[in-house]
Write a protein of this length. Structure first.
Length: 68
């Protein structure tokens, strides 16, 4: 289990988070807008996952930004 405080200190996870943000922006999956009166902000959290090769070595570090 990886927490944000640990991930932000690790270059591999930092790159994975940057890749996720760049993909979101490239695909225009969100737009920053003013919050309408009386509405609540949507919270987000990072989910971290390692993908493994058949031999058990780490193939890829995957970070996803998900809405709460």
């Amino acid at each position: 289990l990886v927490y944000f405080e640990e991930a932000i200190k690790n270059k591999v996870w930092e790159k994975s988070m940057d890749d996720e943000i760049n993909t979101i922006e490239k695909n225009q999956m969100w737009a920053l807008v003013d919050l309408p009166k009386g509405k609540d902000m949507i919270g987000v959290k990072w989910v971290y996952k390692k993908k493994y090769n058949v031999d058990g070595t780490v193939q890829k570090h995957k970070a996803r930004l998900v809405a709460r």
